[in-house]
Design a protein around this ligand. Structure first.
Ligand code: FES
Length: 145
């Protein structure tokens, strides 16, 4: 891990300071420690399709990882769609809705923000959880937040 990284979460930038092998501190611009992120190796970068998603299992969780190549960004969310509780979001279509990166569920096409996890077209549907993600030296890491 590099000695520091810049992470963007919910439109805010955080500085990540390395500490140990797979941990980093998330701090705000006032240099207050907000939380400690524990990074877990998810898979190799080459295992994910360009402009698409794949599912990884971390512990007992299924996490949808999206390699948004055309935006040069990576995203990680729950794989479970809250609509019918299906583990399908990694197979959804990624795109953009008014500048917001999103995934559309392959079943009934509800759209979720890849940044906030909010459902963008059904207020009753509920949100999905998003996870910090980073890629370093060809390896994709995900942290619980
Ligand atoms: S199961 Fe995802 S929109 Fe219905």
């Amino acid at each position: 891990m590099k000695p520091w990284n810049l992470l963007t979460l919910e439109d805010k930038k955080y500085l990540l300071i390395g500490e140990g092998k797979n941990q980093s501190y998330k701090i705000n611009p006032m240099l207050e420690v907000l939380e400690i992120l524990k990074w877990e190796k998810a898979a190799l970068e080459k295992d994910f399709p360009e402009d698409g998603g794949a599912c990884v299992k971390l512990g007992d969780k299924q996490i949808a990882v999206f390699n948004f190549t055309s935006k040069g960004e990576w995203y990680a969310t729950d794989n479970r769609c809250p609509h019918k509780k299906q583990m399908v979001l990694s197979r959804g279509i990624i795109g953009d809705k008014g500048g917001e990166p999103k995934v559309a569920c392959p079943f009934h096409k509800r759209q979720f923000s890849l940044e906030s996890g909010e459902c963008l077209d059904d207020a009753d549907c509920g949100a999905i959880k998003t996870y910090p993600i980073r890629v370093e030296d060809g390896v994709v890491y995900i942290a619980e937040s």
